[in-house]
Unconditional design. Structure first.
Length: 202
């Protein structure tokens, strides 16, 4: 990238981004070294929260969501893009968001940590004022719960119990194919949730 036209502030932010992405790539290289013989790997979703902004990076199909209340009601927004074949079709407008989970190749990820090819993390930066609650979750949760269900659970659960409730709800349900047959039996996939609630700081 040509940095000659950047302001000092823009250049500083760009250098920070490069450092974040290199840190993730270092984890990726170490994982490839340690687990390549087992053909293993993992997805990644993490956040760095500063005084003014939140930086979210992901590799694979683990997701980051924000939740907020406003004049137009409550809002749940997915900030990350799933690195899988089905999600690409959604981004091209070929299928709906909630159809992604039913596609036969929804579990075919296009990149992951520890793979043969180097990971290419994607980053999103948002102001802290744009959300009340941040949730990071593995696909074992988002594959089993619709966005609308995640929103309802978030609205009606104390923040200190939210991660537990989301995992519990996901583990209580089979991940289904479009015809209603089981794709993954309840509780058989990795179900992990991390919650950051800004109200904890007040």
């Amino acid at each position: 990238m040509d940095t000659s036209a950047m302001t000092k502030k823009e250049l500083k932010e760009y250098q920070k981004q490069l450092k974040r992405e290199e840190a993730i790539r270092k984890i990726d290289r170490n994982m490839h070294r340690d687990v390549a013989h087992d053909e293993g790997g993992a997805t990644f979703c993490g956040a760095i929260i500063t005084e003014q902004e939140t930086i979210i990076s992901n590799v694979g199909d683990s997701r980051a969501y924000t939740y907020r209340r406003g004049n137009k009601g409550t809002q749940l927004e997915q900030l990350t893009h799933d690195d899988n074949v089905a999600f690409r079709r959604y981004e091209r407008g070929m299928i709906g968001k909630e159809d992604v989970r039913f596609e036969a190749d929804s579990n075919v990820i296009t990149q992951h940590m520890g793979g043969v090819l180097p990971a290419q993390p994607k980053s999103t930066i948002i102001p802290n004022s744009s959300y009340e609650c941040l949730m990071l979750m593995s696909d074992g949760v988002s594959d089993c719960l619709y966005d609308a269900e995640i929103k309802v659970i978030t609205e009606n659960t104390p923040r200190e119990k939210l991660a537990q409730m989301l995992v519990r709800a996901a583990n209580a349900r089979d991940c289904l194919n479009r015809d209603g047959s089981k794709r993954i039996k309840a509780g058989k996939d990795n179900s992990t949730v991390a919650v950051y609630d800004k109200t904890d700081e007040r």
